[in-house]
Design a protein around this ligand. Structure first.
Ligand code: FE
Length: 148
């Protein structure tokens, strides 16, 4: 189980090796993705709270990257954070997610990205439920629920 100190180590010292890589230009992604998905995943946008399709989803399944299809999260690790964004306590595997320090908007946060295609997913915070204490705050537009 990942803890906040693991996350900080990844953000500072380098991320776990991804299972594979998918690399495309911004122009290629723009052609492939719906505009709202492109805006959030490739330009690091944020959907408005309580507007995303998975904000209050309870269906069982796995969540894949909307850009490259890599598995990122499992519905069994989803929890009600009350924030208006789908929230998870852990990634589906330790190397599914990459972590970058994000100092935009005058805050120091840890951005989470798909480790395979670098798609922006959201941020991770150290105020999640026990025992791991992590809260992955994810844009619905960055993920897609696929069958269990
Ligand atoms: Fe991806």
């Amino acid at each position: 189980m990942l803890t906040w100190s693991d996350i900080l180590k990844f953000a500072r010292n380098g991320n776990p090796t991804p299972p594979k890589r998918v690399e495309k230009t911004e122009g290629e992604w723009k052609q492939l993705l719906p505009s709202d998905v492109f805006q959030i995943t490739r330009l690091k946008g944020t959907e408005r709270a309580f507007t995303g399709e998975y904000c209050e989803a309870h269906e069982p399944g796995k969540y894949a990257c909307r850009c490259c299809g890599s598995l990122l999260f499992d519905s069994t690790l989803k929890f009600e954070s009350g924030t208006g964004w789908p929230s998870f306590t852990q990634p589906i595997t330790e190397n599914a997610i990459a972590y970058h320090q994000d100092t935009s908007y005058g805050m120091v946060r840890v951005e989470v990205l798909c480790n395979v295609c670098d798609g922006h997913l959201g941020h991770v915070f150290p105020d999640g439920p026990k025992p791991g204490g992590l809260r992955y705050c994810i844009n619905s537009a960055s993920i897609k629920l696929v069958s269990p």
